[in-house]
Design a binder for this molecule. Sequence first.
Ligand SMILES: Nc1ncnc2c1ncn2[C@@H]1O[C@H](COP(=O)(O)OP(=O)(O)OP(=O)(O)O)[C@@H](O)[C@H]1O
Ligand SMILES: [Mg+2]
Length: 265
Amino acid sequence: MSVKPTVLKLGGSEITDKEKPLTPNLQIIERLADEIAQAKVSSLIVVHGGGSFGHHIAKQYKLTEGYSDPSQVVGFSETHRAMTKLNSLVMDSLISHNVNAVVVQPSSCVVMKAGRIQSMEKKPLIRMVDMGLVPVLYGDAVLDSDKGFAILSGDQLVTSLALNFGASRIIMGGDVDGLYTKDPKVNKSARLVDRVTLEELKTQKHDIEGSKATDVTGGMLGKVRELIPAIEQNIQVLLVNATKPLRVYKALRGEEVTGTIIERG
Ligand SMILES: Nc1ncnc2c1ncn2[C@@H]1O[C@H](COP(=O)(O)OP(=O)(O)OP(=O)(O)O)[C@@H](O)[C@H]1O
Ligand SMILES: [Mg+2]
């Protein structure tokens, strides 16, 4: 890519109601589309999570455990279908705000091995970004050469895209202000960490947990673990609360914003 891209994740935690199956947060999707349009980032890749469209069905059919029974196959199909429905809401909003967004379906261009990305078709993505298009990918059910199939989290996808395309930075939208000393939804004493290095993450023992909601890919703990290879390569990660207006906009513009910066240090 001629310009180093920014990789932005819209978490399932803000674009859906994770407590209620198949429930989008349409107002938040619309506002985020507007913020992305206003920010006018020259080289951008968007990934969105599954929220209550992905995790519930994937859990019901035990897709993260891989293929063990023919009765799961319909679960692959249903998980992917639900994700395409959420994705089309995101796409409609982005395009109606004049973002030149184009869907890239992970189930069609990624193969996994034992739950990790083994290969991804890169050429179309490079050409899209250079053409001024904004590729939009999402957490998805994906075929796996060891396990039959697996769930590819939006978080794993973000790091893989950032590493493969030499991203300048990663912005992770979520439903909390950033990384806290404990899960802020469970512990009132949790404090927001505004900046942390990898070394500090390892030694300070922040209490990073999964998710109170259904999340088959490990909630905040899974997210931070997935991001480590990108941070090790000096790609800065910024976690912001995308349920609050202008946080994603400011992050995209490189302006000061409430959130957590994770860097190699
Ligand atoms: N130390 C922590 N700091 C911040 N959040 C934490 C922490 N520990 C656990 N969490 C929880 O992690 C949740 C975010 O993870 P979750 O996987 O649910 O969101 P998401 O990745 O946006 O959704 P999706 O996986 O559908 O894209 C927060 O809502 C928060 O309650
Ligand atoms: Mg998650």
